[in-house]
Write a protein that binds this ligand. Structure first.
Ligand code: PLP
Length: 381
């Protein structure tokens, strides 16, 4: 298994020495590529893109994009033009769509790196059309249609009018985004899918895209011409409540600084939020909310928080997560494992991202995109 610290590749973030850092974040690029191929293979007649906004959900554009290109991915979605610039520097020939639309006056900047705006309003559509006319630029753009999420996109009515407008840009993609993609029978999912069928009828020769990660697992043919997975590529479960079909990509392991015994009646950490009921062995670990291990993962006054894995068992995080430290109940774990310098897994194959996020009252997306800059990053495979 080829492993190299990110520092050795020149660039990226992360501390180069595993000994200096409190925690190690491993990113399995082989699993990432497998996940992309798996989603691509679900709908062989559709193309499969990759959503790499927010620095590839915190994993790092610099490692994720090359791995996906090697796997066969030729289309990327980002949120901002600056992210598109970073992808363009790595992916010379890829199609790059910018989800957050066309900021006023930015058309030329899009053309310079051959980025494609996802046009979200008629104002954006006509600003882009004007730019194409005056500049002669022939680059692509997507039309985002709002089918019920009420976030971004032109209305259904505007989409129908645009389909008949002679002065509209020649869209390279029409797309919409599902508000409840993980719920196939949610009335809004059903309505959005029906509405988007009408949009496809209005733009019969333009490729169409509907599905994010969860959308790709909907029944029927949700993939249409292009799927847009993000979360599932990084190992998140696109089918909440069912077995995760994706392979684990991100593993976060933090080092034990000290192991101590707490007597019944004693408390642990800030706010005395956890009280020992029995003699308890606790490990104090080098990971905190400054590393993106959310404070909401705390054990607070009887409400359990997240868990962490050590020696084939899951152990509760106890007390409040501090800025740089967290305590884990390791009672009964052998001293060989629960020892100064040993490691506890906070995210990974033994401690699924979705479980951790759920217990911290959030979603895995937030956990990934908050992961901090102080880890020793290891890139595998
Ligand atoms: C973020 C995003 C995606 C990817 O969603 P995942 O749930 O991460 O797969 C797809 N489409 C749009 C419009 C998005 O904003």
């Amino acid at each position: 298994m080829a492993e190299q610290p990110l520092g050795a590749q020149g660039g990226g973030t992360g501390w180069s020495s595993a000994n200096d850092a409190g925690a190690t974040l491993s990113i399995d690029l082989g699993a990432l590529a497998t996940n992309w191929r798996m989603i691509a293979a679900r709908s062989p007649r559709s193309a499969c893109a990759a959503v790499v906004k927010a620095d590839a959900y915190g994993l790092g554009l610099g490692v994720v994009v090359p791995a996906l290109i090697n796997a066969g991915c030729g289309t990327f979605f980002v949120a901002h033009l600056e992210e598109a610039r970073r992808v363009r520097n790595i992916a010379e020939t890829a199609h790059i769509y910018v989800l957050n639309g066309l900021p006023p006056g930015s058309s030329q900047a899009f053309a310079e790196i051959e980025a494609r705006p996802v046009l979200c309003s008629t104002d954006e559509v006509f600003e882009w059309a004007g730019f194409l006319r005056t500049s002669g630029w022939r680059g692509g753009s997507a039309l985002q249609v709002d089918t019920g999420m009420n976030r971004l996109g032109v209305s259904m009515e505007q989409a129908r009018d645009l389909s008949q407008a002679v002065d509209r840009p020649p869209f390279s993609l029409i797309m919409t985004h599902l508000a409840c993609a993980e719920q196939a029978t949610h009335p809004l999912t059903v309505r959005q899918r029906e509405a988007f069928e009408s949009v496809r009828d209005w733009f019969p020769s333009t490729p169409a895209s509907l599905a994010n990660s969860s959308g790709a697992f909907l029944p029927g043919d949700p993939a249409l011409d292009l799927v847009r997975p993000g979360y599932a590529l990084y190992g998140g479960n696109p089918t909440p409540g069912l077995r995760n079909p994706m392979r684990n990509v991100v593993t976060l392991e933090a080092r034990i600084i000290q192991v101590r015994t707490v007597s019944p009646g004693e408390t642990v950490g800030y706010g005395a939020a956890w009280t020992a009921k029995r003699p308890t062995r606790i490990a104090i670990v080098s990971l905190g909310y400054a590393d993106g291990y959310l404070r909401s993962a705390s054990w607070e006054d009887g409400r359990p928080g997240a868990e962490a894995a050590i020696a084939d068992s899951r152990r509760p995080v106890i007390g409040r997560v501090s800025m740089d430290m967290v305590a884990v109940d390791v009672t009964g774990v052998s001293e060989l494992e629960a020892r100064r310098g040993g490691f506890i897994q906070f995210i990974g194959p033994d401690m699924p991202l979705d479980d951790v996020a759920n217990r911290a009252g959030t979603i895995g997306y937030e956990f990934l995109t908050r992961l901090g800059q102080r880890f020793h990053r290891v890139i595998k495979n």
